[in-house]
Design a protein around this ligand. Structure first.
Ligand code: SAM
Ligand code: DTB
Ligand code: SF4
Length: 325
């Protein structure tokens, strides 16, 4: 972890980004109908608006994580928020991947509650990646910070995407996580990109951040060069026992705005309406799709918390005329 004590961290001045903050804030401030119209227009220039990409998640190693992310039930600093479980074996992972494929998912994402993998942790994950890939699915892992050479091993095993979220704006980061810093996240994303793996990077909103900080997160994501291929926008799932449980809920209209701004800033990326869908009405989800979201986590569980049942999503796709990519 870097130990920068530079003044900018303390004065909360938005970081300089390639995509200027003023531009991002100006989008957030547009009248809602104008913003949605523009986002949908750009969306249609890059994607079929009636297609949706489906990714299924599996927690391959749950709980006991040494990091202190304030939103996360898997941190060992928040005991009782989740039951710890050892790493799953390859057969259990394959059973879940086959079920996801049969239900219509095209990508299978394996998540582990680590600060980062040790080599002895990575070896079984490489085997999981090889085997899931052999089923004909796209593969994704989210394992925390990567060390030198690990991204290349994952690429060699057949990894298509690596998920590593910036989570929030640099100016808010220290209020949510103290055990790593924003630059550590950028460093891992550089390693992923350098190994030729597609980047999946997004963040969480509804953690008590300001609009400027939401804009700051999106400015950072859009300034990655190139922008991430996949951008998960998570609405905080408030889990009892975590420091962020009890945070004032984000207005759904502001959430939809966040999706629309992400679409406008990253026109050719898949924008994923991620955690938080279980608590969302069909109408809010429909607005998110209109705002340019074109991917979801599909399956009745995220990592440790709930997600809409397959049947509810199928019914929603039917109502909206959406079909999987
Ligand atoms: N440990 C690895 C890491 O942090 O990169 C991988 C797994 S971690 C659970 C993956 C991501 O899940 C986090 O970066 C965060 O964006 C998201 N996440 C975790 N808990 C969440 C919650 N309660 N609500 C919304 N998103 C959450
Ligand atoms: C992402 O952006 N969201 C997913 C996935 N990447 C790994 C995780 C959401 C986790 C929600 C809380 C839980 O289920 O533990
Ligand atoms: Fe650990 Fe990842 Fe949860 Fe942070 S988000 S506590 S690193 S599992």
């Amino acid at each position: 972890m870097s130990s920068c004590n530079c003044a900018s961290i303390h004065v909360h001045k938005p970081a300089e980004t390639k995509v200027p903050m003023e531009q991002v804030l100006a989008l957030f401030e547009k009248p809602f109908s104008d913003l949605l119209f523009e986002a949908q227009t750009v969306h249609r220039q890059h994607f079929d608006p009636n297609k949706i990409q489906l990714s299924t998640l599996l927690s391959i190693k749950t709980g006991g994580c040494p990091e202190d992310c304030g939103y996360c039930p898997q941190s060992k600093r928040h005991p009782g928020a989740v039951e710890d479980e050892p790493m799953l074996d390859v057969e259990a992972v394959l059973t879940a991947a086959r079920a996801a494929k049969d239900a219509g998912a095209t990508r299978f994402c394996m998540g582990a509650a680590w600060r980062g993998p040790k080599q002895k942790d990575l070896d079984p994950v490489l085997e999981m990646v090889r085997e899931v890939k052999a089923l004909g699915m796209e593969t994704c892992t989210t394992l925390g910070m990567l060390r030198e050479g690990q991204a290349e091993q994952l690429k060699e095993a057949g990894l298509d995407y690596y998920n590593h979220n910036l989570d929030t704006a640099p100016e808010f980061y220290g209020e949510i996580i103290s055990t790593r810093d924003f630059d550590d996240r950028l460093d891992t994303l550089n390693k992923v990109r350098g190994a030729g793996i597609n980047v999946c990077a997004g963040g969480i909103v509804g953690m008590g951040e300001s609009r400027t900080q939401r804009a700051g997160l999106l400015a950072q994501l859009a300034s990655l060069d190139p922008p991430p291929e996949s951008v998960p926008i998570n609405l905080l799932v408030q889990v009892e026992g975590t420091p962020l449980a009890g945070t004032e809920a984000l207005d759904p209209i502001e959430f939809v705005r966040t999706i629309a701004v992400a679409r406008l800033l990253m026109p050719s990326s898949y924008v994923r309406l991620s955690a938080g869908r279980q608590q969302m009405s069909d109408a809010v989800q429909a607005m998110c799709f209109l705002a340019g979201a074109n991917s979801i986590f599909y399956g009745d569980k995220l990592l440790t918390t709930g997600n809409p049942e397959w049947e509810r999503d199928q019914a929603l796709f039917g109502k909206l005329g959406l079909s999987p990519v």
